[in-house]
Design a binder for this molecule. Structure first.
Ligand code: SF4
Ligand code: SF4
Length: 411
């Protein structure tokens, strides 16, 4: 395993982080096979992984509890735990302490090594700041409940920069892969965070697994033509690790073969280790994916901000995923989460007031208004019904965690 250093602290983290968000299913494809999830994580730790990422939202709170069990028997001292404060569960300053204390109990630990504000958007960050979140982070660091403060986000580059500058973060977590160089924070955001001395944890290195596994034949043919044999997943991970600004790449692993392969790939994940020929091959694959995309949006954000609050590149990105990877039904739920208000502010395509400002700014000359109508028609039906139901589920989960904490024996 290779390790990279957190700039502000000198902490050495494995370049492969274990994402504890897609745990293996139990018998018959239902529930979670907890014993297998525990075995998988311990085996990865035994082979050098020392960073594991969870959140209350993963498996409706079960991920943190299973992680707490997995880290018994001496494993806790061998890893850094990353977990997150869910802004959508916070209604007052006291909620922040209540949620953090519940997480410490679930994880059976007295400190969180890397604590993130989850999936920040400008609106959710402003709301949290008004409720005192920066003072909360200062206090939790002082009393030792958290060690390092950071945030995760899928927001646009300008908003990302503002959040980076708003606090003395140790780290941030962004979506980054060879299709998202200009999407969300993108390469510019990665470099910006690095210049500000932040460690950068990368999520979605394979865009939700879509860049690995079975890929379109045209793309497989490009990979097959390379002198070196690598799986599509290995190409994708190597591309991210090739960036010296990246600290940890998170992979949501739940299959032993994938874990073995990712660990093997990580042994070669040196910065700057891909040759110009290999980078150009990845460029060819990128071009094919772009051609296959429904909307030719590059994610440049020149059209932003939209006066009606639409996250134009964000909506197009998930719309493209919806078509490019039809076997993966997650795009619609991700759309609800990021743009429909499930996890914070709303920025969905249907908010468009058709003013036309974005079309004047778009270097690709995209008919943005018409395209947003398509996105709205295809991804938004059911959203207004599903979101209150899901929000209700999150609220119940939150209350259940609090009740469990009060009836469980103290750690
Ligand atoms: S046309 Fe719609 S998406 Fe474009 S800037 Fe105006 S309101 Fe926003
Ligand atoms: S300006 Fe055009 S290409 Fe750039 S993000 Fe907006 S819609 Fe996409």
């Amino acid at each position: 395993m290779l390790y990279r250093t957190v700039p502000k602290t000198g902490d050495r983290l494995s370049i492969l982080g274990f994402g504890y968000m897609r745990l293996p299913s139990g018998k018959g494809g239902t529930g979670i096979d907890e014993e297998r999830a525990i075995r998988q994580l311990r085996s990865a730790i035994d082979r050098g992984v020392n960073y594991v990422d969870t959140a209350p939202a993963y498996h409706l709170g079960k991920s943190e509890r299973i992680l707490g069990r997995a880290l018994e028997d001496g494993y806790r001292d061998r890893v850094r735990i990353a977990t997150k404060l869910p802004p959508w569960s916070v209604r007052c300053r006291e909620d922040m302490d209540r949620i953090l204390d519940g997480q410490l109990a679930a994880l059976k630990t007295d400190h969180i090594d890397y604590y993130l504000l989850h999936s920040l958007q400008p609106e959710s960050f402003l709301r949290l700041k008004n409720l005192g979140v920066l003072e909360f982070l200062d206090t939790a660091k002082k009393d030792g409940r958290i060690v390092n403060a950071g945030f995760s986000t899928h927001t646009t580059l300008p908003a990302f920069r503002e959040i980076v500058d708003a606090y003395d973060w140790t780290f941030c977590q962004i979506q980054y892969n060879y299709l998202d160089e200009q999407n969300q924070a993108g390469t510019e955001g990665l470099r910006y965070a690095h210049e500000k001395n932040l460690a950068v944890m990368v999520m979605e290195p394979l865009r939700g697994g879509n860049l690995g596994g079975r890929v379109p034949d045209e793309i497989q043919a490009i990979w097959d033509g390379a002198g070196v044999k690598r799986s599509p997943a290995a190409w994708g991970l190597r591309w991210v690790w090739n960036h010296p600004e990246v600290t940890v790449v998170l992979s949501g692993m739940n299959d032993e073969a994938h874990i073995d392969e990712n660990l093997k790939t990580a042994d070669e994940g040196y910065p700057g280790s891909l040759t110009p020929g290999e980078l150009s091959r990845i460029g060819q694959v990128r071009e094919v994916y772009r051609r296959l995309m429904k909307v030719g949006c590059t994610g440049c954000s020149y059209c932003m901000p939209c006066p009606a609050g639409v996250d134009i590149p964000g909506c197009f990105s998930l719309y493209n995923d919806h078509y490019l990877f039809p076997h993966n039904r997650m795009a619609k739920f991700q759309y609800f989460g990021r743009h429909g208000g499930l996890m914070g502010g709303i920025s969905y395509a249907g908010l468009c007031r058709r003013c036309g400002k974005c079309e004047k700014a778009c270097p690709q000359h995209l008919p943005v208004r018409a395209l947003l109508s398509d996105v709205s028609r295809e991804l938004e039906p059911g959203m207004r019904f599903v979101i209150p139901v899901l929000k209700g589920g999150l609220w119940c989960m939150d209350q259940a965690a609090t009740i469990r904490r009060f009836i469980s024996p103290r750690r």
